[in-house]
Ligand binder design. Structure first.
Ligand code: PEP
Ligand code: MG
Length: 841
């Protein structure tokens, strides 16, 4: 084959090498060479060269071997464009043969020479000749004897002598590595990591620093930070008389690098080599502008740097490394922001299953709220509360949750449901309060009466049995799996401040309770974008009053119940305003159908009958009458506001009275009142007239003035289409993409979980649209709504408050469409802040 100049290139400071033609490792080695670091002589084979080798066209071996002079030992390592895409394992000690063995025995001793030869025979047999590793099972550890055995085993198996010609050895190694890259398994594995189907492989051939022999010889790896925390600390291991990365797998034989109370160190054994390595690694960090790991060999006291790798890191370390690099002036703050994947912050904000832990997976569902927790199974909210009061961690397991379960959810450490999708009740609440949650686990048989769960493999778990919920990837795990704590350290705070300096779209939180609001403030949300008021009515004392209101036959009875609810609501809002200290708070008037506030079982009906002093049959009949076949499209949202206007009147009054109260104490409050589920202009006119009237009444009664902003939630397709006639009436339009997705697709948000994974698996939908905003369809409605709304009312504020508001892709879309803010669950606020910042960099 005709190799061009660029196909086989000696790595020099000026050689034409790029990551796109020769791979990341070759490029990195060139950088180390430019820094004048002690890198052994290396040549790089381009993607094209390796591709030709895989196709059977071998290059002239002289071009590869000649640059290394006389009879060297070499190693070959993979160099893919992105190191994360992997590649075949390195092959060391190429060039070892009988003659070299004799020479080396004189130089470094027979045992070390035999060891090197033996290692080569073993790796060549297994990785190049692809012999069954079992044939080497009987080879003894003592190298000189083992070598003879290994050579014999090779010859018996292949009926050929072990190849002695370095050119043959090299060509076989290259061919084997090139072909391994083209194999189907390797291709699928790297594609799973984001590599394109035609990703190339380069190879680097490097002169070997021996690591075995007289004097201090060995190998190891060094990095200047801890990979788990990012803390500045020299970590790594060194092993005398070793090669490659053996030090990392040799357990207690390996030395620490820095002086360490736990055992001997390289610093004590070879202080000069240690100091050199430290400064080489620090130089790499500075000049390569990245935290690097050096792979080194010491040969008779002399240090060689074989490779520099980007330090592996978890999310916590990634944040701390990025911040430290920027604080040291090595990278800019903007670059630090770009180096952290926003979603990875979830790992810092929630407990996680220890990646080292064994996972005994019982079942899979939808990963609806990130984080992990272990606890005993309970089947009802009441049992969850009982568990909590006993100090026992519990997992609330329900077919699906309803507002009635909220207190149980607060008492549990995680939630598992059989039904539901990304925007079902359990998922929304779980994300809101930072509770790990797996929903739509339909492969589990839920037997609530028997208080047991049957898993697909036949295992049966009962109430009180321990499970772990991993809401980050949708796993239900048997037993108590080891967890890693969340870690919100100083670096995260600093990175977030930098994010806030650059981003140009505001981030608010969806927060329903004072506890949520506190989390939102801690995460520096710029206000509340959605307070779902229904969640305020589920405290035991309020629920009864709420039910009285629902059961009221006359407007007088209803007014009496609302009279009782008013001060409670006023206190709720006052609390929220106080916590948010003058920041905007957008309160949505009551949205869910009234039957959600009613008990669902006979015992509940009986209790209600007693509380209301009504016959059981009456209660049961009324509950049935209030039930709806398709409650999501029924009597809810503004339809309630029109048909039972006293509820919204009460809420508006509570908001205004709270506004006055909170404004006495701190900064003036300008509440935002949001009308849900609007589909027609007339609905807005009617509610607006009543809210304005309540405001006037409160002003009159109190003699105090205040302002407020009224807005509409755009969550029906019609509201988006008719935004031009709605916008002039209001101060803001907030897109509720949960309902908007449901209605655009005609897809029930509570039931879609049953088939969504199948739909995605078969490629019907590219992704779950309740999770990732459907830019094509729902997105078009957002665009239309935004444009028509703005054209009719230039000042109208635009925002998104559906669950998509925390997704980096949706934030990009909303920013592009000129939205003023996004609002998402409090625990997603940091993710949203970082994602928004990256868009502005
Ligand atoms: C929505 O529909 O997008 C929304 C935010 O409201 P909810 O999820 O409460 O219906
Ligand atoms: Mg909605």
């Amino acid at each position: 084959m005709q190799q061009g100049d660029k196909d086989i290139t000696l790595i020099t400071p000026t050689a034409p090498i790029t990551a796109k033609t020769h791979g990341g490792r070759a490029k990195c080695l060139q950088r180390l060479v430019r820094l004048d670091l002690p890198v052994p002589r290396t040549i790089a084979l381009s993607f094209d060269a390796v591709h030709s080798i895989a196709a059977g066209e071998l290059p002239d071996m002289n071009a590869i071997l000649e640059p290394f002079g006389d009879a060297p030992l070499l190693c070959v390592r993979p160099s893919s464009e992105d190191p994360d895409w992997g590649g075949p394992g390195a092959i060391l000690n190429i060039g070892m043969n009988d003659a070299r063995y004799v020479e080396l025995s004189d130089q470094i001793g027979k045992v070390a020479a035999a060891e090197i030869y033996l290692r080569f025979v073993q790796s060549y047999a297994i990785h190049v000749a692809r012999l069954d590793p079992d044939i080497l099972d009987d080879v003894v550890e003592e190298p000189t004897e083992g070598l003879g055995q290994a050579l014999r085993a090779y010859e018996e198996e292949t009926e050929e002598e072990f190849p002695q010609d370095p050119a043959v050895q090299m060509s076989e190694v290259l061919r084997s590595m090139a072909r391994a890259w083209e194999g189907t398994t390797a291709r699928l594995l790297r594609q799973a990591k984001g590599a394109p189907a035609d990703a190339g492989l380069g190879l680097v051939v490097q002169q070997l620093a021996l690591g075995l022999g007289y004097g201090e010889c060995g190998s190891g790896v060094m990095q200047l930070v801890n990979s788990q925390t990012g803390e500045r600390k020299i970590t790594g291991r060194y092993l005398s008389q070793s090669q490659g990365r053996e030090a990392l797998s040799s357990g207690s034989d390996a030395l620490f690098l820095e002086r360490d109370p736990r055992g001997p160190s390289l610093e004590e054994l070879a202080p000069e080599a240690f100091e050199q390595l430290k400064s080489h690694t620090a130089l790499m960090r500075e000049k390569l502008r990245e935290e690097m790991q050096s792979e080194f060999t010491i040969e008779n006291g002399k240090v060689y740097l074989l490779d520099g790798l980007r330090v592996a890191r978890n999310a916590r370390a990634a944040v701390s490394i990025a911040v430290n690099l920027a604080e040291d002036g090595i990278i800019s703050r903007e670059e630090a922001l770009m180096r952290v994947e926003p979603r990875a912050l979830n790992e810092l904000l929630h407990q996680q299953v220890d990646p080292e832990a064994k996972r005994d997976i019982l079942a899979r569902g939808i990963a609806a709220s990130p984080g992990a927790a272990a606890g005993q199974i309970v089947f009802s909210a009441a049992e969850a509360q009982a568990s909590e009061s006993r100090g026992e961690a519990c997992i609330l397991v329900r077919r699906e949750t309803s507002p009635e379960d909220i207190r149980g959810m607060h008492a549990a450490v995680a939630v598992l449901t059989e039904r539901g999708g990304m925007t079902s009740h359990a998922a929304v609440i779980g994300r809101g309060i930072g509770l790990p949650c797996v929903v739509g686990a339909s492969e589990i048989r839920f037997q609530a009466r028997k208080k047991q769960l049957t898993f697909p493999d036949g295992r049966v778990l009962k109430q009180g049995d321990m499970i772990t919920i991993d809401g980050s990837n949708g796993h239900v795990l048997a037993g108590e799996t080891p967890l890693l704590e969340s870690s919100r350290d100083k670096s995260l705070q600093i990175l977030m401040e930098w994010a806030d300096d650059v981003r140009d779209i505001a981030v608010r939180a969806n927060a329903d309770t004072p506890a949520d609001a506190k989390v939102a403030r801690n995460f520096k949300a710029q206000g509340i974008g959605l307070c779902r008021t229904e969640h305020m009515f589920f405290e035991a004392d309020r629920l009864t009053v709420m039910r009285e209101m629902i059961f009221a036959d006359t407007s007088k009875d209803r007014a009496a119940a609302l009279e009782l609810l008013l001060p409670m609501q006023r206190d709720d809002f006052t609390d929220l305003f106080r916590i948010m200290q003058g920041q905007p708070v957008c309160i949505r008037l009551l949205d869910p159908p009234l039957h959600e506030f009613l008990p669902t079982d006979r015992a509940g009906h009986l209790q209600l009958a007693e509380a209301l002093d009504l016959p059981l049959s009456v209660v049961t009949r009324r509950v049935e009458a209030l039930g709806e076949y398709n409650p999501m499209l029924g009597m809810r949202g503004v339809r309630l506001g029109i048909t039972v206007p006293e509820i919204y009147d009460m809420q508006a009054r509570a908001i205004f009275e709270a506004t006055i109260e909170a404004s006495h104490e701190s900064k003036p409050v300008v509440p935002e009142i949001m009308i849900p589920l609007v589909s027609a202009r007339r609905e807005v006119e009617m509610v607006k007239a009543r809210v304005d009237a309540v405001a006037a009444a409160v002003r009159n009664e109190t003699g105090e003035d205040f302002t407020y902003r009224l807005g509409v939630m755009v969550e029906t397709p019609r509201a988006a289409l008719r935004a031009a006639e709605i916008a002039p009436l209001v101060a803001f339009l907030s897109f509720g993409t949960n309902d908007l997705t449901q209605m655009t697709y005609g897809l029930s948000r509570d039931d879609a979980g049953r088939f969504m994974s199948e739909y995605v698996r078969q490629g019907v939908f590219p992704e779950d649209p309740f999770h990732t905003l459907d830019i094509d369809g729902v997105g078009e409605l957002l665009q239309i709504g935004a444009e028509r709304g703005r054209s009719a009312n230039h000042d109208v504020f635009l925002s998104i408050c559906g669950e998509h508001g925390g997704n980096p892709e949706s934030i990009a879309f909303c920013r592009e469409a000129g939205f003023d803010y996004v609002s998402c669950s409090p625990f997603r606020v940091p993710v949203a802040r970082l994602a928004a910042a990256q868009l502005a960099v």
